[in-house]
Design a protein around this ligand. Structure first.
Ligand code: P53
Length: 480
């Protein structure tokens, strides 16, 4: 007998900007990601002023799902997916972000995609904003520094909630809303919020100002959504990278306790509907003036989320008396005291592989928030080799198997309320942090390289057949 409920949703996860391509098709406007060049592990992606002719922008073509969605959805169906998490490119609906009327052609594109999914019994699970806000809002308004952008976001949310109210039930407002807490790497504030820092900025103060406007935008969207369809389930979406104390030294314990607020700040507000006291205390002590408007308390209180969707790839560690920063781990979050975990291995991109940490993560989040959880991203970015049109990706199967086992333990042994599991990059796509194609997560291979060469042909990896079995047996047959 399966240890998971019958209703458990098995799926795959993607984001419009990383796989759709068609960046200038159907009236789409430029988004913040459309001006990001390709990079590599250790080589940052560049954010250019506009699209420059001699630069390569991997997201412009993605894997060309825009023109191939029927074939790709047929493959998802064959794999057995019950749901697909993806996002709506804001710039297909509002090319500049501040128009009053939406772009009908963009709305039709998602009608076609969602209809095709539904006809194949795949439930669309939709993120409203996944690193793809209109470039115009970033450049002309200063992104979410500007409160007006929250209103533009709310209009976008209203339009798509209305349009797809009978096609989509599960929504998330902002993807990984908390990963911009790391202001040491400019790509996070840029992609989350369309914000660039100036020399005169106090990065932390800017961050909390931006955060406030975004929390307001998220809460407004939740309220609008519920008024359009009370059956909507609207969630927060966070990157959850647990921060472990290096030792049982009380100072390490406290260091980790405080550092973890970086992870919890956004969901604390989105689930509870008010700011946590550690944050208000900090604003007071540091003299931060967050642009709070009359009625904001009410907006936050009335716009709380129904569940938490989260990504889980890795964990990290802090040690109170370490001065080093682990620079090969993008998610040390700029933590000054992060150190490597001596007990676990890392991927070729320096991401710590910690399946047991997923059971821990599910327990921590469930005990803290008492709302249903949804693992909406988890996966292994690796280099794949094609031999005779086959890809033997045992390493990926191992990674996914161990994480699924941990999730099942959290449900079966600990009683965590888990909605489902959607592995990241179910088909190979452009990597977010590096812009590479060779950092592959897919269970379906796509013939395309870091320079944009390749036929775009799709091939099923070994993991494709493995996951098919997992879904068929509701997680009973993990193929050991
Ligand atoms: P790539 C950090 C920690 C956990 C998830 O990343 C993260 C990040 C980066 O902010 O991002 C998510 O492609 C994100 C996806 C992204 C995926 O992780 O760089 O939601 O868009 O593709 C994997 O390997």
């Amino acid at each position: 007998m399966s240890k998971l409920p019958k209703t458990f949703l098995w799926g795959g996860a993607l984001a419009a900007n990383q796989f759709e391509g068609g960046y200038d098709q159907g009236g789409k406007g430029l988004s913040v990601i459309d001006v990001m060049t390709g990079g590599a592990h250790g080589k940052a992606r560049e954010i250019t002023a506009s699209v420059e002719a001699d630069k390569y922008y991997p997201n412009h073509v993605g894997i060309d799902f825009y023109h191939r969605y029927k074939e790709d959805i047929a493959l998802f169906k064959e794999m057995g997916l019950q749901c697909l998490r993806t996002s709506i490119a804001w710039t297909r609906i509002f090319p500049n972000g501040d128009e009053l009327e939406p772009n009908e052609e963009g709305l039709q594109f998602y009608d076609h995609v969602f209809d095709e999914l539904i006809q194949n019994n795949i439930e669309p699970i939709i993120t409203l904003s996944h690193f793809e806000m209109p470039l115009h809002l970033a450049r002309e308004y200063g992104g979410f520094r500007n409160r007006k952008v929250a209103d533009h976001f709310a209009r976008f949310a209203q339009v798509v909630f209305e349009r797809y109210k009978d096609k989509v039930t599960y929504w998330m407002t902002f993807n990984e809303i908390n990963n911009q807490m790391d202001t040491s790497n400019p790509i996070f504030l840029w992609t989350n919020s369309g914000v660039s820092l100036n020399d005169s900025d106090n990065p932390e103060e800017v961050l909390y100002q931006v955060a406030h406007n975004e929390l307001i935008a998220s809460a407004m969207a939740v309220k609008i959504g519920k008024s359009i369809n009370p059956n909507f389930k609207i969630g927060s979406m966070i990157a959850y990278v647990p921060i472990y104390p290096y030792s049982c030294h009380p100072k390490d314990m406290m260091e980790a306790q405080i550092a973890n607020r970086l992870r919890y700040f956004f969901p604390d507000v989105q689930v509870r509907g008010e700011y946590p006291s550690y944050a208000t205390k900090m604003f007071e002590q540091k003299g931060y003036h967050i642009g709070w408007q009359d009625g904001d308390d009410e907006i936050l209180r009335e716009g709380t989320v129904d569940y938490i969707g989260f990504s889980y790839y890795m964990s990290t560690v802090v040690k109170h008396d370490s001065q080093t920063v682990v620079d090969n781990n993008i998610v040390n979050g700029g933590l000054p005291n992060s150190v490597e975990n001596p007990h676990i291995e890392t991927s070729d991109w320096g991401w710590a592989i910690d399946p047991e940490g997923l059971r821990y993560a599910l327990n921590v989040l469930y005990e803290r928030y008492q709302v249903p959880l949804f693992i909406v991203e988890n996966g292994f970015g690796a280099i794949d080799k094609v031999e005779n049109n086959q890809i033997h990706d045992a390493y990926r199967i191992d990674y996914l198997r161990q994480h699924i086992e941990a999730a099942i333990d959290a449900v079966d042994k600990d009683g965590v309320d888990l909605i489902g599991y959607t592995p990241w990059g179910i088909i190979d796509i452009v990597s977010f942090t590096t812009g590479e194609m060779k950092k592959r997560y897919g269970l379906i291979y796509v013939d395309r390289d870091n320079e944009g060469k390749g036929t775009l042909e799709r091939l099923k990896k070994d993991s494709f057949y493995w996951y098919q079995k997992v879904i068929e047996t509701n997680g009973e047959d993990l193929g050991e």
